[in-house]
Design a protein around this ligand. Structure first.
Ligand code: 7TS
Length: 405
């Protein structure tokens, strides 16, 4: 992994006189040269609008955009017409909640979520419940941040229309046993199983067929790609069943005065001029990560997380959230120190050049569950090093001593 670091020029800088240690990867990752160059190359050579022109640049832009879709589909092990481009995970989840909700969810139905969801996989379902008269049911969490699968099994039934869960939690680091959950969902209900893959896609080898879900949402910017692009994979039958999300150019087949017919998926869900350069960057990011190997990425992050958990555990008053078993945890380590505020710890770490996030991480139900208001979160990616973890642990110890004397 030492070689990959050279691909990320942004990491090679000092902040406030200290070498930058970027441990806020769950919020957004940095970008390798290969991705930046793919985007600038597209703009320097190939840009025009897609699907509309007969001229050379329109052809190239369309090929770049649809070629990127095919590249992403190959990474997911899916068909290209099952991949809808969106602005990211939030838009993908809003799309499926709106559109699948319209098709399938009514008064008296149930939508199952969990207490570990990011607000992007909670609020769209709350909006759907309010609109449709359906009820939200929440799977609870164990003391060490795992989904209570017995509770999930009890919640599932004939009324369950959607089960929407995260693949990996951004606030706990838990890797959920999604294959097992998929089996449970299929055994006990006819619900659509929707996965929030914002923290899974960047860090784990992915095969949506093997996961056993019906839809999977992801963001480019958390996986070495640009901001403003991501996608929704969903089974073709589901996309056929779902009505359009937004109206406009590109998503129609034929427009009449008072009504229209729709283009086939995925274009049915892509109104307007899309983020073409974003798609190009996203495909370059997938190419980059697959070049390194997602097995290797995951193994590297697991080693960093194990080192962080063991080092931080030595700090007095330390409480680390999430699974005790390291093989159930991704490279996300959230913690609090008795008697200190998470914000203060993060601010002191910033003076040492260490970038972490403090807060509820858009997962308010998680901090509520553990009687907290905020945690400090260190989150790793392929370019982080064991030395950086050691600097984090030393920084946290210093922060504690400064704050508590
Ligand atoms: N779901 C999960 C599990 C996430 O971690 C995030 C972003 C989202 C959905 C939303 O993704 P977006 O790309 O649409 O914004 N998580 C975080 C985070 O943990 N800190 O900042 C953003």
């Amino acid at each position: 992994m030492d070689a990959v670091r050279r691909d990320f020029p942004v990491l090679d800088q000092t902040v406030g006189g200290k070498p930058l240690i970027y441990l806020d990867n769950a919020a957004s990752s940095q970008k390798p040269r290969q991705v930046v160059e793919a985007i600038s190359g597209y703009y320097y050579r190939d840009h025009a609008n897609v699907h509309r022109g007969v001229h050379e640049l329109a052809r190239r832009a369309t090929e770049a955009y649809e070629g990127a879709r095919e590249r992403v589909a190959r990474w997911l092990n899916a068909a290209a017409d099952e991949v809808v481009w969106t602005r990211g995970t939030s838009e993908a989840l809003n799309l499926v909640a709106f559109s699948l909700g319209r098709a399938r969810v009514g008064a008296g139905d149930e939508i199952v979520v969990s207490e570990m969801e990011h607000h992007s996989n909670l609020v769209p379902w709350q909006l759907l419940a309010a609109r449709s008269g359906a009820t939200l049911r929440h799977v609870g969490l164990s003391a060490d941040g795992r989904l209570e699968l017995d509770q999930l099994a009890d919640l599932l039934g004939a009324r369950t229309k959607v089960v929407a869960l995260s693949h990996v939690s951004n606030a706990l680091g838990t890797i959920n046993p999604v294959r097992e959950i998929g089996r449970l969902v299929r055994e006990r209900s006819e619900a659509a199983f929707v996965l929030d893959g914002a923290q899974g896609a960047p860090h784990l080898p992915l095969d949506v067929q093997a996961l056993g879900c019906d839809a999977y949402a992801f963001s480019g910017h958390k996986m070495c790609g640009p901001t403003g692009i991501g996608g929704l994979w969903a089974r073709r039958e589901l996309l056929d069943e779902m009505p359009p999300y937004q109206g406009g150019g590109e998503m129609i087949e034929r427009v009449h005065r008072d009504r229209s017919t729709w283009a086939e998926p995925p274009h049915k869900f892509e109104a307007g001029t899309p983020n073409i350069a974003g798609a190009v960057g996203m495909a370059a990011a997938v190419e980059y990560l697959e070049g390194v190997g997602l097995d290797a990425v995951h193994a590297h992050e697991a080693a960093l997380a194990a080192e962080a958990v063991s080092g931080l555990s030595e700090v007095e008053g330390m409480r680390i959230l999430g699974p005790a078993r390291i093989d159930e945890r991704a490279g996300v380590v959230p913690f609090v120190i008795d008697g200190t505020s998470a914000q203060d710890v993060a601010t002191i770490l910033d003076t040492e050049g260490i970038a972490v996030r403090a807060g509820h991480h858009c997962a308010q139900l998680v901090v509520d569950r553990y009687g907290l208001t905020a945690t400090v979160r260190a989150s790793f990616y392929l370019y982080n090093t064991i030395e950086e973890v050691a600097r984090l642990v030393a920084g946290v110890r210093r922060a504690r001593n400064l704050l508590l004397g």
